[in-house]
Structures are given as structure tokens and as C-alpha cells.
Design a protein. Structure first.
Length: 91
């Protein structure tokens, strides 16, 4: 079953008759915005699942960090920190 955003994008793409017309460019811009927002929403949804897991119970404390790549997931415990040092960040 297709997601609603996929259905919306398909419908918008079907409206583009002349891709180089102002109308076609406007529709393509709308499609780009929808795709960008969908990616952000999907990322946030997945991130919130991990945040919720870390925040439940007494398994983890606030000094744990999760690093996830496309091939690994790592739980790291912060032992020492100097906080955010902004001295070397250019304005």
C-alpha cells in the first residue's frame, strides 16, 4: 500500500504537461518540498523511537549516547565532558 505522500506526488507529477513551463516548475518545486518534509518526518519518527527507549526505566542514564550507522549501532557512555566549547568555531 502506498503512503499518502507518494500518492500526492504521483498526482502532482501527472499534472505536469510541460516541465519547463512556469506551471511545471512550480509543481516540481512543490514536489521537492513534499519530499524534503517527508524525509525529515521519517527521520524524526525513527529518532524519537530511540529517544523514548533511552528515556524509559532505569536501564540508561542521561550520559548515554547512541551512534547509528547503516551497518552498526553503538551505545556509548560519556564519562567526562567539558561541555560545549565554542572558542574555536568561526562566526
Amino acid at each position: 500500500m502506498k503512503a499518502i505522500t507518494d500518492k500526492i506526488i504521483e498526482k502532482l507529477q501527472s499534472l505536469i504537461i510541460e516541465p519547463n513551463s512556469e506551471f511545471g516548475k512550480g509543481i516540481q518545486q512543490a514536489i521537492n518540498v513534499i519530499e524534503r518534509e517527508e524525509k525529515q518526518a521519517e527521520f524524526e519518527e525513527i529518532a524519537r523511537i530511540m529517544m523514548k527507549h533511552l528515556g524509559q526505566g532505569e536501564k540508561y542514564h542521561p550520559h548515554y549516547t547512541v551512534i547509528i550507522t547503516n551497518s552498526t549501532a553503538e551505545l556509548v557512555e560519556g564519562v567526562r565532558s567539558v561541555g560545549h566549547v565554542m572558542d574555536y568555531i568561526p562566526d
